[in-house]
Write a new protein. Structure first.
Lengths: 993, 231
């Protein structure tokens, strides 16, 4: 690991140290407690944590706690040690001396007490004979099978214990600073041939054989038959080590009680993490996962991940006063000049920072643009404060532009002493005090300039928010808008090349303008984000694009092929949380919003500091994650076996008939950037292929016809590396009585063949239709979601505008006739919005549930009755079954319900309407009681016209029809003076259809 | 007495608007600007912009669209609420989609308004929110009850659970009672009902933060499995 530095100097600005960054999880993220006593990664890939509030399993996203309450067989919750044996048994040592073993989802408990005395377990290990030993905090080591205690002789460092298992499976103990070894259960004193009084602070095994020994303030390596190598003084001095281990890179990690963690320790170098750079000083536990992430339990800091960053964050000591970084440029003198949103300008020279603010002459501290002209002077464009030039350590207004107060968003210096200045209302050409403006008066539409570039011919290109792309060639101006093929009217950044221009937009990805034609590349083509903040090219033909989803790296050739139409997919590597980005949100919309320094590094301003990437150091995470199916829910019920935390392995799960909600919950064990882990799944027996990758960790299925199924899931890691092996679970959905062969046989032999046969044919046809429908269902659902979204977004926005405009206009109007018209426009638009609301609700598959129906009807009734000044009472069970309801059912029910409400308001003359939903085995019923004056219920069927209730007969007939249409029933009970009760009965069979 | 009232400073409500439709934003801004007792501190066209500048502004009520391009209004509230703990967030929405509104409320909002709301009603609602009012409808109450019934996968502090009285208020709301009917039936004052509701909102925020991890894991909370978060 290279200690990162700017231009070869030390790196005081990068936190916490040496290219590592921290992520922290605490109780608010789901840990039961912030003190982590032990950490280990099991062979299946989970991270296991010990706390005083239980054992915790972590998959990168979710903590699952096993404690005294959830898992009584643990006998306690105070975990002090963890160890996994070769056979995959996880041993859990507790403070009370109980020793639990977790294997295949089940816990067994052993007592590690000796002579009735409980022991606080410190470590466990299996020796060269396959026997398990437990070590307690007194330094006494006990063989579990026969409770044989071995008491190594103590040294003088009271309270200190160290433990190691070497590559030959021999156990080593340093008790109170004195080292011993166990050979086949026998104690070996002074095992290294060392002096009997040597003070040993820590020991750990080396993968290459031998033992690392921290002793008497020095670091030593001991090899069998070769003795000691002295590697010099140890950075931790004479402190006892709480953790000590060799990492994947062969270097050492060591933790102490009072002075933090030492990392990458070799004879010449080390990194130090403690309270001063984000960790705490008491290191309790440490584990490196297989991807190389370091997991640390420190004091009460929670779970801390230390990872090597691919992105370096550069911050001055005052951290930009908490402000966003906006703009950055390098100078020939190896300085960086950085503009910020509220903290003025910073200059970084070597490792020296200097800040320039209002006291240096800037009109305000919102600096959106920094630049350097051909004479080497620094220019600063401020937000609504004009533009400045640095002279000595002062910033002064630019001659000829003293009165400029617009937002200066971009400054570009041409080679011929011409400076182009982008402002909120146009582009300025500045030459020796003379200013030419290109703005609305010059014919530009919405000329809010955000970026400027110039090509080799001297043509100036500029991007605008709202005004698209502008071009000034030989003094004439041309504007390109979406009507010309640009994918957005807001352009944030430009990259000019001899034969093409790359255009980054605010909201619609990347565009390429070549031979007069625009081609766009967006998220649909593989980009991680459509907000393009800046474009920089490295020395290997890759574009680095800062965005609101981190920094993307794309091959120029891939981009060209995609823009040419030869492909529609661009492989995209994204640097985000897992690579050390302090935020995913880069700064854009000003120029320059990124730069390249002479050492090849690329720099981007973000809302949480300035970041740098070294394009020559691309390290992919090549370890594909294992996918694991954690649970299978049928109608909400977990299929894990009693007393087990996992699904039964290697055995088919049997599902009783008539179940209609299936859900698989799974995880993918990659810890480098768990939010970027993606999954593909495949239900054999239903799906015909793998799904598209998704990040969600569960997948529901509404209904599955009887048959055998296998659910498979695959995971990929943060860099898109997919595992070869899928996790799978097999299950059988059993048929209903009439779906079984013996029913058919029985029906045949009983001579009822004809009837049974026709039932069978009908059933089979229905099942087939159902099956086909299921296959189409997903596609249709996607389409419905899209339609709902379109209606919602487009029509909704326009209707809102109409209501607002008509109200505004109404307020300014004195003409009563026109005002009346406006009121009608307003009312119509509101009515239309309400109607659209109903359509959106009916169409969106998200609402295909009884709960959503209940919520919607309740809300509608309340609004409707409130305007009529009638009390509304709702009686709906809080938890409703998860029956899927089709849009058709919901729509018809809603219209019938509306009709019923309408009747109640219009005819019942009541003060209260009660609405209830009742669930029974047959299905559900929706009941509406009005306690009003009622009517002669028997009459309605004969007469379509009731003089007392004009139109009522028609309304009631409508309701019956609507219910019949969805296979339900409408019961009406009423009598003069008795009020009216209308019940819509919907059988489950229908609800599930 | 009247003199004393007269000399009391006129409290003006500092409003910020987040709305991507520039015309709608303009009109709403004008309404606020011209209304007595209100002050428009800023208007933003996107959540991203609002995130960058709102913390510097002294808005006491933030009126935000739910459906914004880029980061949506719900996420904006989730991020802004910790930065502006004293500001009240009111969501603006075209349709009364209970799921979206509920999500916004768990994120930190204390109310919502339909975009078609007439000007006087909109201003009245903002005043109410500013003075401690906490609007909640029966369908939202239902979702709140469901969410609190869900046994959290993670430990949630006891003070984030509902008190029995709060639970009563919620139950009545879910059953269709209006605020004044609740006040009558529980024999408490109308402001007390408002206080209960506001406290319920605060507990909802606390829980939602505690469950953020589960949420990011996309395990549905308090909703049927099919009810995935809207894209």
């Amino acid at each position: 690991l290279a200690v990162a530095g700017l231009f070869g100097l030390g790196a005081p600005w990068s936190t916490p140290a040496g290219g590592y960054f921290l992520n922290v999880w605490q109780t608010k993220q789901g840990l039961p407690e912030n003190a982590i006593t032990a950490i280990t990664q099991s062979k299946d890939g989970y991270l296991w944590l010990g706390t005083y509030s239980g054992l915790v399993r972590f998959d990168g996203m979710r903590f699952v706690v096993f404690d005294n309450n959830s898992t009584p067989e643990l006998r306690g919750s105070r975990v002090t040690a963890l160890y996994e044996d070769e056979g995959g048994g996880l041993w859990i040592g507790q403070e009370t001396g109980w020793l639990a073993c977790y294997k295949d989802g089940r816990f067994t408990i052993l007592d590690a007490a000796v002579g009735g005395k409980s022991r606080r377990l410190f470590a466990m290990g299996v020796d060269e004979d396959g026997d398990l030993w437990t070590l307690d905090h007194q330094g006494v080591i006990v063989r579990q099978k026969d409770s044989l205690p071995v008491v190594p002789p103590p040294g003088t460092a009271a309270g200190q214990v160290a433990f190691a298992i070497d590559s030959a499976h021999r156990l080593w103990v340093a008790r109170q600073g004195k080292l011993s070894r166990l050979d086949h259960g026998r104690l070996v004193l002074n095992p290294l041939g060392e002096r009997g009084d040597m003070y040993v602070q820590g020991i750990c095994a080396s993968r290459a054989g031998g033992l690392w020994v921290a002793s008497e303030g020095r670091l030593r390596k001991w090899r069998e038959g070769k003795g000691f190598d002295d590697l010099g003084p140890a950075p931790w001095g004479l402190s006892g080590l709480t953790v000590f281990s060799e990492m994947q890179n062969g270097l050492l990690a060591a933790g102490t009680v009072e002075s933090g963690l030492f990392l990458d320790v070799s004879s010449t170098n080390f990194l130090h993490f403690d309270r001063d750079n984000g960790l705490q000083n008491w290191i309790r536990s440490l584990c490196q996962d297989r991807e190389g992430n370091l997991w640390v339990g420190a004091g009460s800091a929670g779970l801390v991940a230390l990872r090597a960053a691919k992105v370096e964050t550069v911050n001055p000591t005052n951290h930009w006063q908490g402000h966003t970084v906006r703009s950055v440029i390098p100078t020939a003198a190896h300085e960086l000049w950085i503009g910020t949103e509220g903290a003025g300008i910073y200059r970084l020279a070597g490792k020296d920072w200097h800040q320039f603010g209002e006291e240096a002459g800037l009109s305000n501290s919102f600096v959106w643009s920094v630049s350097q002209d051909s004479q080497g002077r620094i220019w600063a464009g401020t937000f609504e404060g004009g533009v400045f030039i640095r002279s000595q350590d002062r910033f002064e207004r630019v001659p000829g532009l003293e009165d400029l107060r617009a937002a200066v968003t971009a400054v570009l210096h041409s080679s011929n002493e011409v400076t182009w200045i982008g402002t909120g209302n146009g582009l300025l050409r500045y030459e020796k005090g003379k200013v030419t403006a290109y703005g609305e008066t010059e014919g530009l539409i919405k000329p809010q300039v955000r970026t400027i570039a110039q090509d080799a011919d001297g043509t100036v290109w500029f991007g605008m928010f709202g005004g698209g792309l502008g071009r000034i060639r030989d003094g004439s101006v041309r504007q390109f808008l979406p009507s010309d093929g640009l994918s957005s009217d807001s352009v944030q950044c430009l990259k000019v090349e001899p034969d093409a221009i790359w255009i980054g937009t605010l909201d619609a990805g990347l565009n390429r303008l070549k031979n007069g034609r625009f081609a766009s590349i967006t998220r649909k083509n593989g980009l991680s984000d459509n907000v393009i903040c800046d474009l920089q090219e490295d020395n290997t033909r890759h574009l680095w694009i800062s965005s609101h989803a981190g920094i993307m790296r794309l091959s120029r050739d891939d981009l060209d092929r995609c823009a040419d139409g030869a492909t529609n997919w661009v492989p995209c590597l994204t640097y985000g949380d897992g690579e050390g980005m302090p935020t995913l949100e880069c700064s854009g919309g000003m120029y320059p919003a990124g730069c390249k320094t002479s050492d090849g590094r690329l720099w981007f301003p973000t809302s949480r500091g300035l970041v740098a990437v070294d394009p020559t150091e691309i390290k992919k995470n090549l370890l594909p994650p294992r996918a694991l199916i954690e649970d299978f829910l049928v109608d909400g019920k977990s299929q894990t076996e009693a007393g087990s935390a996992v699904l039964p392995a290697g055995r088919r799960i049997e599902v009783a008939p008539g179940k209609h909600r299936f859900e698989f919950r799974y995880t993918g064990l990659s810890f480098t950037d768990p939010e970027k882990v993606q999954f593909k799944s495949f239900l054999e027996g239903l799906d015909s292929r793998w799904t598209e990758p998704v990040s969600s960790r569960f997948v529901p299925y509404p209904y599955l016809p009887p048959g055998d199924y296998t659910f498979r899931v695959l995971a990929c890691n943060n860099d898109g590396i997919w595992a070869d092996q899928s996790a799978s679970i097999g299950f059988r959905v059993h048929p209903q009585l009439w779906q079984t062969w013996w029913f058919r046989t029985l029906a045949g032999t009983a001579g009822a063949g004809l009837i049974a046969g026709s039932v069978l044919v009908a059933t089979r046809r229905r099942m087939k239709l159902k099956f086909e429908r299921l296959e189409h269902q997903r596609a249709i659902e996607r389409e419905r979601t899209r339609i709902a979204k379109d209606i919602h977004d487009d029509l909704g926005a326009s209707l809102t505008r109409i209501t607002l405009l008509s109200q505004s206009a109404r307020a300014e109007l004195n003409d009563p006739a026109a005002a009346g018209d406006l009121d009608r426009i307003y009312d119509t638009a509101r009515e239309l919005t309400r109607a659209m609301d109903e359509i959106v609700w009916a169409v969106n598959p998200r609402h295909d549930t009884l709960d959503s129906l209940a919520t919607y009807l309740g809300r509608f009734a309340q609004g409707f009755l409130a305007t009529a000044d009638i009390r509304c009472r709702l009686d709906v069970p809080m938890q409703l079954p998860g029956w899927p309801l089709t849009a058709e059912i919901r729509h018809n029910l809603f219209l019938a319900f509306k009709e019923a409400l309408h009747n109640a308001v219009k005819h019942a003359q009541t003060g209260e309407v009660r609405i209830s939903i009742v669930i029974d085995e047959a299905g559900f019923s929706l009941r509406l009681e009005d306690f009003g004056r009622g009517f002669e219920a028997n009459g309605w069927q004969r007469s379509t016209f009731d003089p007392a209730r004009p139109g009522a007969g028609n309304g009631l007939a409508n309701m019956r029809e609507r219910l019949a249409e969805i296979g339900g029933r409408c019961d009406i009970k009423s009598g003069p003076g008795d009020g009216t009760t209308i019940v819509f009965v919907v059988p489950v069979r229908i609800a599930m259809a | 007495m009247s003199r004393k009232l007269y000399t009391q400073p006129i409290v003006s409500i500092a409003v910020s608007i987040i709305e991507d439709d520039s015309q709608a934003r303009q009109i709403l801004s004008d309404w606020i600007r011209r209304a007595e007792g209100f002050r428009l501190v800023s208007q933003h066209g996107s959540a991203e912009n609002a995130l960058a500048s709102l913390p510097k502004e002294a808005a006491t009520v933030v009126l935000t669209d739910i459906n914004l391009p880029g980061m949506n209004g719900i996420e904006a509230v989730r991020r802004l609420k910790p930065l502006l703990p004293n500001a009240q967030f009111v969501m603006l929405t075209v349709y009364e989609d209970a799921d979206h509104i509920f999500q916004a409320l768990t994120a930190g909002a204390t109310g919502y308004l339909l975009k078609q709301t007439p000007r006087p009603e909109l201003l009245a609602a903002l005043k109410q929110v500013h003075s401690g009012g906490s609007p909640m409808t029966s369908n939202i109450a239902r979702k709140v009850v469901q969410s609190f019934q869900q046994r959290p996968a993670l430990s949630v502090a006891a003070d984030a659970e509902l008190s029995p009285r709060e639970r009563e208020v919620l139950d009545l709301l879910a059953r269709g009672y209006l605020y004044k009917e609740i006040a009558e039936s529980l024999e408490i004052s109308l402001p007390t009902v408002n206080t209960y509701i506001r406290r319920i909102y605060e507990k909802l925020h606390v829980r939602s933060r505690a469950q953020a991890v589960a949420k990011y894991a996309h395990f549905p909370l308090g909703s049927p499995a099919l009810d995935q978060p809207a894209s």
